[in-house]
Design a protein around this ligand. Structure first.
Ligand SMILES: [Zn+2]
Length: 415
């Protein structure tokens, strides 16, 4: 049943932070009212969440669903970024990835996200001269199964080089991707032979296609590599009219505080949102620094101090770029507390409301009038939800129940 066909829904006995235990009325997928629990007459359709904590649904702003869940078949012995890239290419050349198994893994990764409480995801998908748009086609097939359950934005992740004499295959793959249908244009300026030229070229192509940009930016601890500055300058100079996101921005964290502030102001002026991706950064970065090992996260404080919209994502999940990951943004949020030094509340915003805003989605912040995308979780507080991440959850998309999980434990001991 399409969400728009459902009329009135009630969520009963929800623990809403600063409101206590309340009932929610939902109409046409949006929250219309919070009322004292038990006060309203029965609704035709209602869900009792038994006093569980009700939170805004989470959003995953940076995933690689075409690569997800391959860690056991694509080893990356070096544990570094180039090791992961080379391992992926070698496996692809051996025919490890088929259309069918890519659809299957992407579907499984989407299911994991939804059951955890994610109702929107942005995924990068490899588009190269060698594989063309085959992974995009697989992603589309998987996406079809999640209509009205999970909003999926697809970024064409372009291979290098995108400019120069060897770029023909990649640029024609990008044209095919645009023709096929994508939501955003992506790539890695810091891996390009001429980052400035590549940024200029990609902004031009994206503007002509009417698409936003989401680049992997400066995924390196090398402080000399700072293409984020160039990206911000070009966005400002050209007045690029569509949304721009910069994912990773690792090397910004290696600059002096003065430089971090300067670049953050430019990024803010350009209206670029930044996605910090602690899991993959902590896994891939820093192996060459055995003394005083950097965390590899971007300059979160400088960005926030300069009013840049910062969201947090998981990036890779159980693949050669990140061996771990539970597809649970509460895991990312916990890392934002531990490794990113954010408060519990700010960390949760980064994986929910900030992520939605940066993805250009309508608000689902648990306020009257907002979209009723929500997750109820069996935890007494936000901090407890983040620390324990219990898998007793109910997930709602536009007021419709889309996933239920119940975790049961029994302790066997004599009294
Ligand atoms: Zn990525």
């Amino acid at each position: 049943m399409a969400v728009s066909e459902s009329s009135k829904v009630s969520i009963r006995n929800a623990h809403v932070i600063n409101k206590g235990i309340v009932d929610l009325s939902i109409e046409d997928g949006k929250i219309t009212e919070f009322s004292e629990a038990g006060l309203k007459p029965p609704f035709e359709k209602e869900y009792d969440v038994n006093g569980w904590l009700l939170l805004p649904a989470m959003a995953e702003p940076h995933a690689h669903l075409d690569k997800a869940l391959t860690a056991d078949i694509v080893p990356n012995p070096s544990g570094e970024l180039m090791g992961a890239i080379n391992a992926w290419i070698a496996a692809a050349e051996k025919g490890t990835f088929t259309f069918e198994n890519t659809v299957e893994r992407a579907t499984q990764a989407m299911e994991l996200l939804v059951t955890r409480g994610v109702t929107a995801v942005r995924t990068h998908v490899n588009v190269t001269a060698e594989i063309g748009i085959s992974s995009l086609e697989a992603l589309s097939k998987a996406k079809e199964k999640f209509v009205d359950v999970l909003d999926v934005q697809v970024v064409a992740l372009m291979n290098s080089p995108m400019t120069g004499s060897d770029s023909q295959g990649n640029t024609s793959a990008l044209n095919s991707a645009i023709e096929y249908g994508i939501d955003l244009v992506g790539g890695c300026p810091h891996l390009e032979p001429d980052p400035k030229k590549m940024i200029s070229f990609m902004l031009g192509v994206a503007e002509e296609a009417g698409l936003g940009i989401d680049f992997h930016v400066d995924e390196t601890l090398n402080s000399e590599m700072l293409t984020l500055r160039e990206l911000a300058l070009q966005v400002i100079d050209t007045g690029f009219p569509y949304p721009v996101s910069a994912s990773h921005c690792v090397s910004l964290g290696m600059q002096s505080e003065e430089t971090q502030a300067l670049i953050s102001r430019l990024v803010s002026d350009a209206g670029i949102s930044v996605f910090t991706l602690p899991q993959t950064n902590l896994y891939l970065q820093g192996r060459e620094h055995q003394e005083a090992m950097p965390r590899g996260l971007t300059a979160i404080k400088a960005l926030i101090d300069n009013r840049v919209l910062v969201a947090a994502g998981a990036d890779n999940v159980r693949d050669p770029f990140n061996l771990m990951g539970r597809s649970d943004p509460l895991e990312t949020a916990a890392l934002m507390v531990m490794a990113g030094h954010q408060s519990i509340e700010d960390a949760f915003e980064m994986v929910s409301t900030n992520a939605r805003e940066a993805m250009g989605l309508s608000p689902a912040s648990l306020r009257q009038g907002d979209l009723a995308d929500m997750v109820a979780i069996n935890a007494p507080s936000l901090g407890a939800a983040m620390a324990d991440a219990p898998m007793s959850r109910r997930v709602f998309k536009a007021g419709k129940l889309v996933a239920s999980s119940d975790q049961h434990s029994t302790l066997h001991k004599s009294l």
